[in-house]
Ligand binder design. Sequence first.
Ligand code: 13P
Length: 287
Amino acid sequence: MLVSAKEMLDKAKAGHYAVGQFNINNLEWTKAILLTAEECKSPVILGVSEGAGKYMTGFKTVAAMVKAMDESLGITVPVALHLDHGTYEGTKACIEAGFTSVMFDGSSYDINENVEKTKELVELSHKNGISIEAEVGSIGGEEDGVVGMGECADPDECKMVADLGVDMLAAGIGNIHGVYPENWAGLSFETLDAIQQKTGAMPLVLHGGTGIPDDMIAKAISLGVSKINVNTECQLVFAEATRKYIEAGKDQQGKGFDPRKLLAPGTDAIKAKVKEKMELFGSVGKA
Ligand code: 13P
């Protein structure tokens, strides 16, 4: 069931668990995540970066594929199709293409321009029944071409943006996209706590979910995080399972080269990873 992310995140915030956002790249990714959400009776958010949207030939293709797949698989759990780190133009394009949720990442602008653009896009999203995420303070590392320095967000600026009526807020708290470096200082729970005190019931979003230790995830949820984004970890397990299949020579046995066989171990690995994360985030059985 394709829906806006608002209700599922408000419920998660009130129930002290988090909904996973898993990024999609193609049909296999989408199918694996939808089937796992259904099996786990968990709400889910499918994340699409602008780069992945382009790769899949455009936001309209993505929206049509997800809508049709959701129907043909008979998915009953709430599913949001969400733009990840959208530009101003990309956000508008996704609203038009039929996404049910968007993120406008205005963190590279100064706070006044971020506020001004976010405000306009909040109005547009809500007029179309779509939920919207905003960002304050950048997430470190690179997400499909979007590079951030990783500075911690200012809680007062978070309140300014939350007050614009956004449905969820991503705030930098020392999190980084991609694999964490050996010398990573960890999440700044002090910052997170200060942000949650200023923003109250606002569902907070933790980007860079790959590789954050389980105890830090639990603490982040206890301090108001209701949405956690995972991308790299699914890519890593997909690549590893595919490599093992080929290195074992299975693509050369019988019809092992058939793409439906060749891509199956990677797809199964994504399913297992998504299930593991849903259990960790506490969203199983919450649909
Ligand atoms: P990872 O790739 O580090 O899991 O981050 C995903 C993310 O935050 C998408 O916005």
